[in-house]
Design a protein around this ligand. Sequence first.
Ligand SMILES: C=C(O[C@H]1C=CC=C(C(=O)O)[C@@H]1O)C(=O)O
Length: 407
Amino acid sequence: MYTDTSQLFSVNTATTERMGNEQPTAIELLHRYGAGSSFFLDSPERTLLGSGIRARLSRRPGEPTADALQRLLTDVGQKDDTPAIAVGALPFAPEADPILFIPQQMATADRLTRHAIARTKPTIRNSVTQERPTPAVYAQQVQQALDLIRQSALKKVVLSRMLEVVGESDVDQAGVLRNLAARNAAGYTFAVDLPTVSGGVRRLIGASPELLLRRKGTQVLANPIAGTEPRSIDPGEDLARSRRLLHSAKDRHEHALVVAAVADTLRPYCRTLEVPPVPELIATPRVWHLSTRICGELSHYAPSSFDLALALHPTPAVCGEPRDLARQAIEQLEDFDRGLFTGLVGWCDANGDGEWAVTIRCAEIEANRAKLFAGAGIVADSEPWREVAETSAKFRTLLDALQGDGV
Ligand SMILES: C=C(O[C@H]1C=CC=C(C(=O)O)[C@@H]1O)C(=O)O
């Protein structure tokens, strides 16, 4: 028997108060998501639901993406009464075309809060799964990456796998989003409409634990995450794994490379920047991570959240260190195009405030197909089969949302 997850969500006080003023609550926005919706994001700051497309970003020849976005926000802002918010996703490859637009309508609410995790409904039926590459080939690729690390100046590279899950009928896309929101209480649950040639509905849907950057006035926050241990259903073993991760020299090194790169990029823009010396543990339902919250105050020159996100992307959490050698290794070893996976997803308003999450724990879904992605950072002491297990655990975020908890 299914349990209706909607009954198990709760709204916080601020959201409840707003109901009297007929403002939508976050849970209402989640349940309104469906045909006609073009964007959804639930973040620790707020919940956004975009419908339709008012205007799309188009770059003039040679125009930087950040300038094109500013032009879009200004043009639409001058025509409309309400302040414009641009939303969308950028691919891993910084030179590839972004998907950025201003929705026709935008509803906002406080963040979703959840007090219980419910059983969730399956959103795909009788599916078959194809792995790309197979776990054995992925393990060989990790070994090749280790050889490159030993023989060159490469310190870290993030290598990924793809799963293609094909069902007998269309995937319930809104159901996937609801299942992700029900299970992943912290972090960034998102859905972005993608252009199609077929005229069907293709969406990027996911629940990322990683904040690339948030800007609110002159305050900035980045929350790099790197270093992972799969969770166990046995509480004692789960705790032991979290402790092992926190004290693992290999994972601390993998994490430190990301923190250093993020801090070095933000420092020139900031009057103050706080970088905690040691990481903390965070948990998703499927994995433990090492996490560091980097807070800063911008100096008088105030770049937008989008400018800062572009300056940071791609961090060593999704690419590697040094960046150019890591990209070469990814091109050499991975045998599929990452597209939007390991890019960024979020929003930016005309004042430059905004939030950009790292596009991980996600799938591209169209008709009866879902393409799932998962990667892992490889450093000198990585072990190939542990990286296979780590990426398999990361796939569970989306597999759980597709398969539900059974019937
Ligand atoms: C590339 C992914 O995770 C990155 C972010 C957090 C932890 C990671 C890790 O421990 O390898 C990865 O750097 C992914 O989930 O697909």
